[in-house]
Design a protein around this ligand. Structure first.
Ligand SMILES: NC(=O)c1ccc[n+]([C@@H]2O[C@H](COP(=O)([O-])OP(=O)(O)OC[C@H]3O[C@@H](n4cnc5c(N)ncnc54)[C@H](OP(=O)(O)O)[C@@H]3O)[C@@H](O)[C@H]2O)c1
Length: 259
């Protein structure tokens, strides 16, 4: 039986790393894309079906190269997981606009560049485009204008792509993890576009990246449209739908607890 192939961006850390490892364990061919090839060496040594590919998603040429290398080595592409992402922490009034530009470059434009590069190959396999979004793609969160804007933009892009490619058999899955233990908060940009260097929340109380990866794998297999994770994340999305003003108050109170 022909092995299926997945390409995962941001496979060096957190959810992307867990996804690359899970797909490799399941026997898929994996193009593990990241900016730091050395950090994927251990995975590639353990699983011969893992191909590390250097890819900064803000560079269209890197995204094209990711798809070209996947096809050259494995001959097909079945799933593209747009996972690479960065966050931010600063009120809009205080920040350099550069913060929003950097976040949009990775989260939104990175998704656009990789999806553009992969679309023809995914049409051939009637494959799946996955966008790792966030609860911040459904609900504005204080201190995260750029992050929420990037995730809302991902939703608009991916929802439209879903309609446009339905006749080709391509599926689009939007994933909204809730709080998940990872490096994302430590690396979040402050008002001067510098990583803040620490997480303002207790990472031990969060969902594990491995559990997110398993849920994403299952949702891809079931060809689902949307996956919203964690009880708190599901509650926010539901309250936002029916009581948007209440949702604003709830998230302001919750985010206000951060150090
Ligand atoms: N953790 C959460 O609570 C949470 C909640 C909701 C949504 N998410 C989403 O989940 C995704 C993964 O985040 P995570 O929590 O796993 O964070 P993470 O541990 O910080 O991992 C982020 C990954 O993105 C990569 N990345 C950043 N900029 C990149 C670029 N320009 N080109 C290529 N790769 C780049 C990082 O690579 P480097 O090592 O090279 O920087 C890293 O591999 C993100 O899209 C995030 O928005 C996370």
């Amino acid at each position: 039986m022909t092995r299926k192939t997945v390409a995962v961006t941001g496979a060096t850390s957190g959810i992307g790393k867990a996804l690359a490892e899970l797909y490799a364990q399941k026997g898929w061919n994996v193009a593990a894309a990241g900016r730091n090839l050395a950090s994927m060496d251990a995975l590639a040594r353990q699983y011969p079906n893992v191909l590390p590919v250097a890819c900064d998603v803000t560079r269209p040429d890197d995204c094209q190269n990711l798809v070209a290398q996947s096809l050259e080595r494995f001959g097909r592409l079945d799933v593209l997981i747009n996972n690479a992402g960065i966050s931010m922490r600063a009120n809009f009034a205080d920040l350099d606009v550069e913060v929003l530009q950097k976040v949009m470059d990775v989260n939104f434009w990175g998704t656009v560049y990789c999806t553009k590069a992969a679309l023809d190959a995914l049409k051939r396999t009637q494959g799946t485009v996955v966008g790792i979004s966030s609860i911040a793609g459904f609900q504005g969160l204080p201190g995260r204008t750029g992050y929420c804007a990037s995730k809302f933009a991902m939703h608009g892009f991916l929802e439209t792509l879903r309609i446009e490619t339905a006749a080709d058999g391509v599926k689009v899955l939007i994933v909204a993890p809730g709080y998940t233990a990872s490096a994302i908060r430590e690396r979040a940009l402050n008002e001067r576009a510098v990583p803040q260097g620490e997480s303002p929340r207790n990472e031990n109380k969060m969902m594990r990246a491995e559990a997110v990866a398993q849920a994403v794998f299952n949702a891809v297999q079931k060809r689902r449209r949307t996956l919203v994770l964690t009880p708190a994340g599901k509650a926010v999305v539901a309250v936002k739908k029916f009581f948007p003003a209440l949702a604003d108050k709830l998230v302001a109170r919750e985010v206000g607890k951060e150090q």
